[in-house]
Design a protein around this ligand. Structure first.
Ligand code: FEO
Length: 394
């Protein structure tokens, strides 16, 4: 993405990865992503904030080479995950005088993950400062957004918060600053849903912590810089709030059409009750779409047929993901069809234990749904309607 000036003596030197199709080899990246890095020139010292994913080290080093006679004194590592730390060894090889500035936990992880020698580190604690000469970095430990060692750095004189993954977005854009539109919101939401949502309580505490500072810009390590930081801070506050919307997700697989008949009936009934319904056919739905919509849905229905003696693998995959990202669902329903046997409902119950959702119904049916099966589905729709009314969202 080239080198760009953020403010006087502060440059963006990271790289865009618009060809990357998936993150963590699971969530589709419709807009690619970026690994941001920032170079800060003080009057006395120069600091590099984070590096980039090792697959793009060469492009990153080429960016650094654009600064004639560059000397890096400090490589500030805000997070040990390799999409930000993976090029540190190469940077240390080229800029051999540089020290890695990070917290104790991150130091441990960087030694374990990247074999960086212990003597290369300067360890900083919460609230400690690094004086570059006219530019001062203040380190703020912000654990669990989304690893135990994650931290932010606040550049006092320029009022910039370098937040690493926190407030990031999967968005490879040539814009340095975020254009506030649907695309950036969707990209940030996808990032939050997959990476941050399981850590909602920590996010709340960390937002309170950073709000003690006068922030003009948030410069994350993925996606564009937020020069209207209240936009993303307010979005995070809404996403982590306990409130849910009048919305039902139906996650389903249908091998012979029987589950689809039940899903259609449930869908139609719920729509008639004035409920927003999002059916996701797991055969082709990108898991990221489910994650985004799970941020604020009140209810999820898992309609997963039995495959041999357990859930259909695509259903198991989706259930595992939803359980892992821990959305604030209030209610759920479990449906399975089967041919000759199986324990799919039990499997689902055992693998959705992270969800604090009340189970409104469990339903097993065999083959093509009969008239009494359809009657039951109507009852389930009514139960969801009553449940949504009971929490005041309908
Ligand atoms: Fe962008 Fe947790 O790494």
């Amino acid at each position: 993405m080239g080198v760009r000036k953020v403010k006087e003596n502060i440059y963006s030197v990271g790289v865009s990865d618009w060809d990357r199709t998936h993150f963590d080899e699971i969530v589709a990246l419709p807009n690619g992503t970026s690994y941001n890095s920032y170079l800060i020139f003080g009057e006395k010292k120069t600091a590099l904030i984070d590096t980039v994913d090792p697959v793009l080290t060469e492009a990153f080093i080429n960016n650094l080479k654009k600064f004639n006679g560059l000397k890096i004194d400090f490589v500030v590592s805000l997070h040990a995950e390799q999409d930000h730390s993976g090029s540190i060894p190469k940077v240390l090889e080229i800029f051999s005088e540089a020290k890695v500035v990070t917290n104790e936990k991150c130091k441990e992880l960087l030694i374990e993950h990247l074999n960086i020698p212990e003597e290369k580190f300067i360890v900083v604690g919460d609230g400690e400062e690094l004086d570059l000469g006219g530019k001062t970095l203040k380190f703020l430990l912000t654990p669990w957004v989304h690893w135990p060692e994650t931290m932010s750095a606040y550049l006092k004189e320029d009022k910039i918060l370098f937040s690493c993954d926190f407030f990031g977005s999967h968005y490879a854009t040539s814009r340095l600053f975020a254009n506030i539109d649907e695309l950036i919101l969707e990209s940030a939401k996808l990032y939050y849903a997959e990476i941050m949502m399981p850590f909602r309580n920590f996010i709340k505490v960390n937002i309170e912590k950073i709000e003690n500072f006068d922030i003009e810009m948030i410069a994350p390590s993925h996606g564009p810089i937020w020069n209207k930081p209240s936009f993303i801070i307010d979005a995070y506050k809404e996403w982590i709030s306990p409130s849910v919307k009048n919305k039902v997700l139906i996650l389903y697989v249908s091998m012979h059409g029987s589950t689809k008949i039940v899903v259609n009936e449930l869908y139609n009934r719920l729509v008639e009750y004035g409920i927003e319904v999002l059916p996701f056919n797991l055969f082709f739905t990108d898991i990221g779409k489910i994650a985004i919509n799970a941020i604020d849905a009140a209810t999820a229905v898992f309609a997963i047929p039995t495959f041999l003696t357990g859930p259909h693998p695509l259903g198991a995959n989706a259930a595992y993901l939803v359980n892992a990202i821990k959305p604030k669902l209030r209610f759920m329903g479990l449906i399975t069809s089967f041919g000759w046997g199986g324990v799919t409902i039990k499997w689902l119950k055992d693998h959705l234990k992270n969800l604090k959702a009340d189970t409104l119904f469990e339903f097993e049916f065999k083959g093509i749904p009969k008239a009494n099966d359809i009657e039951k589905v109507k009852e389930f729709a009514e139960k969801i309607y009553e449940a949504h009314k009971s929490i005041g969202i309908l």
